[in-house]
Design a protein around this ligand. Structure first.
Ligand SMILES: NC(=O)c1ccc[n+]([C@@H]2O[C@H](COP(=O)([O-])OP(=O)(O)OC[C@H]3O[C@@H](n4cnc5c(N)ncnc54)[C@H](OP(=O)(O)O)[C@@H]3O)[C@@H](O)[C@H]2O)c1
Length: 439
């Protein structure tokens, strides 16, 4: 045992680690570091505001608890773990750590999605490392897999379920036949959704993760703010009934792809996914990311997207990898985060599901068909389930592959017809395809 330790530890000593932020993930990281499983890493400081109420008896007395950030960034600390979350003050603290020569590991997707480029540049200038595996898909080591395991391919698309709150809500709507509002309330009571759930359900959390995934996987820097995000709020139970008729269910999908003409699509929102696919089977806090490369085809990564322990494993793995590569530069650490952002479009090209709610009368299908025909859209199927009231009759049309923008233009026309009770809902259906190239 002694010999193993010495071989694994450069300079014969463990790296000294400070945890900044002792919340859900911070505690779980401390648990691992205090477990004797990773002798290469020695926890020496724990920082949090109001630190007295945070103390736990399983942390050894050699660890100093502090509410002074200066102490957490003291010269005798080698590695800093940022687990406070949010942009400020985390950003300032990470910069101070890097400027004082400490490598940093963070789980903070907002920080990396919005400030990652300049932080990576700073880390490079300071001869340090910045790692952020836990910022996307929690415990699923997808960034490392894309960066190293698939470095020999050129990836052209990434499609994922990366938000546990949406997966929980949509799978409860599906399996327990709940309305959106009730599934959300249940998720909040169970601790799977925040009091203000907008970041999750309206898509900005997934957009931040997609921006990191596309930088690392597709080597395309895309600003999170440029990613079109659609909310899952308009999804109703009837949409699951119709999706089921089509052999599908509904999940929040984050998707980025390089089109044949070199343009980039990046969008987040609810989509129909085949029931018998990996995406259709994801429930709760599971995350699934599938990438497609020009040589290797499809590769998928599935696992726990959230939760203290899985996320902490990703954090500690990052710490170990820095420890092993001590002062050796990892050339492709996060190159694309440093480049200028790419222009993206949210105009997904795919078969579409369109749900109407109508006051029943004759000629409705013909009217819908003629508007779609005017826009060059082909109906694949029309479905109408029995037992809905005649004055609020939902029915569904599926369309052959077409772009989101074409569908929305047609729906804007249809929305003005007198039998329309509420604005039609359109959702793309997996698998998403490549846009037609202009003739
Ligand atoms: N939880 C997950 O499953 C998960 C998964 C992947 C990534 N992440 C990311 O990991 C990071 C941490 O998440 P978490 O779930 O552990 O959050 P959390 O439980 O809220 O922990 C944050 C900790 O930071 C402390 N803190 C916040 N602001 C502070 C300030 N200004 N000064 C000093 N201390 C401050 C908080 O102290 P108080 O107790 O006083 O508020 C709390 O102890 C976030 O970036 C999150 O997005 C979390």
């Amino acid at each position: 045992v002694e010999i193993d330790m010495v071989i694994n530890v450069p300079n014969g000593r463990a790296s000294r680690v400070a945890i900044v932020g002792f919340g859900t993930v911070g505690r779980s990281v401390a648990r691992i570091l205090c477990s004797n499983e990773v002798p290469q890493l020695q926890l020496t400081r724990i920082f949090n505001r109001g630190v007295a109420r945070k103390r736990v008896d399983w942390v050894p007395p050699s660890v100093a608890w502090t509410e002074s950030i200066d102490e957490a960034l003291a010269p005798d600390v080698d590695l800093v773990v940022e687990l406070v979350g949010g942009l400020e003050p985390a950003d300032g603290w990470v910069r101070r750590a890097l400027e004082s020569g400490k490598s940093v590991v963070t789980a903070n997707k907002q920080l990396i999605a919005h400030r990652g480029a300049s932080l990576v540049e700073l880390a490079d200038r300071c001869g340090c490392e910045l790692r952020f595996e836990a910022s996307v898909a929690g415990g699923v080591p997808v960034l490392r897999a894309l960066q190293d395991g698939l470095a020999g391919d050129r990836l052209v698309s990434v499609t994922g379920i990366v938000n546990g709150t949406c997966a929980y809500i949509l799978s409860r709507m599906e399996h327990a036949n709940l309305r959106f509002a009730d599934a959300l309330a249940e998720a909040q009571a169970a601790g799977f959704a925040e009091a203000d759930p907008s970041e999750d359900v309206d898509g900005s959390d997934a957009a931040a993760k997609l921006s990191i995934l596309s930088a690392i996987g597709l080597r395309l820097p895309v600003r999170a703010a440029d990613i079109a995000a659609r909310s899952i709020r308009p999804i109703e139970r009837v949409d699951f009934n119709y999706a089921f008729e089509l052999g599908r269910t509904i999940r929040q999908i984050a998707h980025a792809s390089v089109q044949p003409d070199g343009s980039v699509i990046a969008a987040v929102g609810p989509a129909l996914v085949p029931l018998d696919s990996g995406f259709g089977r994801v429930t709760g806090s599971e995350n699934l990311v599938t990438v497609r490369g020009i040589f290797g085809g499809e590769t998928s990564f599935l696992g726990s997207g959230a939760g203290g322990s899985p996320t902490a494993v990703a954090v500690v793995s990052d710490l170990l990898s820095i420890h092993r590569a001590w002062r050796r530069r990892d050339e492709h650490a996060a190159g694309p985060l440093t480049s200028a952002a790419r222009q993206v479009s949210g105009d997904i090209f795919a078969p579409h599901y369109v749900r109407f709610v109508a006051r029943d009368r004759t000629g409705i299908i013909a009217a819908v068909g003629s508007v779609f025909a005017r826009y060059g859209l082909n109906i694949d199927a029309v479905l109408q389930l029995p037992d809905y009231p005649k004055d609020r009759l939902p029915f569904v049309a599926t369309l052959e592959p077409c772009s989101d923008s074409e569908v929305r233009r047609a729906l804007a026309d249809i929305a003005t017809l007198d039998w329309v009770v509420e604005p039609p809902l359109s959702l793309p259906m997996l698998p998403f395809g490549a846009r037609r190239e202009a003739a």
